[in-house]
Design a protein around this ligand. Structure first.
Ligand SMILES: [Zn+2]
Length: 382
């Protein structure tokens, strides 16, 4: 038993290194000191990590079962790899399944997921701290910790209640993805039949206005093109796409088309590029070769497309680590982000631009949303 275990461990650790040395085409580039300097002097603020979902489904929601201060090869995420990857701030997704919409326990399950993140922050106080605002993120990053915000994924979590939306803000939730894979009565999903006339029902429009007023970011990943457009029309604050890539490169409904990219520029928002193999490489390619996971350079192609169409101020990183089954070669876990910086550098992007991509842009969006909220609360107090 032990022998088998050691042999498979050996295979895991040694063979890929040999394989990449023997097959230059598959070799993952090493990261230069210059790239590391640029990477670690910026604020890498990732838009979407599903660790709480992995904790729930594989780890009994217990940090005794999955102690992330130890190596956790069964996950994409643990503390040591977050540090190697230079993650400074993270939106932790408190996703619950779209089925909870029908079952009526979406809020209950969301609260349980929020509890996972809160317990993580309490258990590892030298590593994580909850952040309220963009200023708070800067303070926490200066203290050497990973600033943590929560993201609700799927508007069913609020169970059609604005008071619940406000309570979830109070729990540290700083964005809400309006839908997940299924349409709601008030907003449509990119991967389901529409249930509204023009993307948002009157209640859906009210949700957007209330999110603006309380300073919660509107996340347009997962929603239909009509819901994207209507939300962009209504929102007074810049929006985010917390984990979506470019549709012109891979025509997947979860990706963002060029028209919406241009509308996002007008809105001031940011598209945070997803790493998932199924979004970055064509489904045709995936079908023909189940081993084709895509490459690190494919992800950077998506980043560069967003830059080309929306502009350097409107792109970010939204890995979807621990939320996806397949990842590109070179981007296998949270330790690998510096390779993106290296690839950007190789393609001629300068330090300042790279810092915007890594997190500067989403920091600006957060600050602007805070300003909009402050103005609106003055005009329309509780
Ligand atoms: Zn998602």
């Amino acid at each position: 038993m032990l022998n088998i275990h050691l042999t498979s461990l050996f295979a895991l650790l040694i063979v890929p290194a040999l394989a990449s040395a023997q097959l230059p085409g598959r070799q993952v580039q090493s990261v230069s000191q210059q790239a590391l300097d640029i990477h670690h002097s910026g604020i890498l603020f990732d838009g979407h990590n599903d660790l709480p979902w992995q904790m729930k489904t594989k780890g009994q929601s217990s940090f005794d079962v999955f102690d992330i201060s130890k190596p956790r090869p069964e996950l994409h995420t643990d503390i040591a790899r977050l540090r190697t990857g230079g993650v400074k701030a993270q939106f932790w997704s408190v996703y619950v399944s779209a089925d909870t919409d029908m079952a009526g326990d979406a809020l209950l399950q969301t609260m349980e997921q929020i509890d996972v993140v809160h317990r993580m922050v309490r258990r590892y106080p030298e590593t994580f701290e909850l952040a309220d605002t963009a200023d708070d993120i800067e303070r926490i990053v200066k203290a050497g910790k990973i600033a943590s915000m929560l993201g609700i994924e799927g508007g069913y979590s609020i169970q059609e209640s604005l008071p619940i939306l406000r309570r979830l803000y109070g729990q540290g939730c700083r964005y809400m993805t309006l839908t997940h894979s299924k349409s709601l009565a008030w907003a449509d999903s990119a991967t389901d039949h529409p249930r509204t006339k023009n993307g948002l029902s009157p209640f859906g429009e009210e949700v957007i206005r209330e999110m603006n007023r309380i300073g919660m970011l509107i996340d347009l990943s997962h929603v239909s093109v009509a819901t994207m457009k209507r939300s962009l029309e209504i929102s007074k604050a810049p929006v985010i796409f917390s984990h979506s890539s470019a549709r012109a490169i891979n025509d997947h409904a979860r990706n963002v088309n060029d028209e919406v990219l241009r509308l996002t520029t007008k809105n001031g928002g940011v598209v945070m590029v997803n790493f998932y193999s199924g979004f970055i490489t064509s489904t045709e390619q995936l079908r023909n070769d189940s081993k084709d996971l895509g490459k690190l350079s494919d992800v950077v192609d998506h980043i560069e497309h967003v830059i080309k169409v929306a502009g350097i101020d409107h792109v970010g990183i939204g890995s979807d680590y621990d939320g996806v089954p397949r990842l590109p070669v070179g981007l296998e876990d949270v330790s690998t982000y510096p390779r993106i910086t290296q690839e950007l550098l190789n393609r001629g992007h300068q330090r300042q631009a790279i810092h915007k991509i890594l997190g500067g842009n989403v920091m600006r969006v957060l600050r602007e949303a805070e300003k909009v909220a402050a103005r609106q609360r003055k005009a329309r107090p509780e």
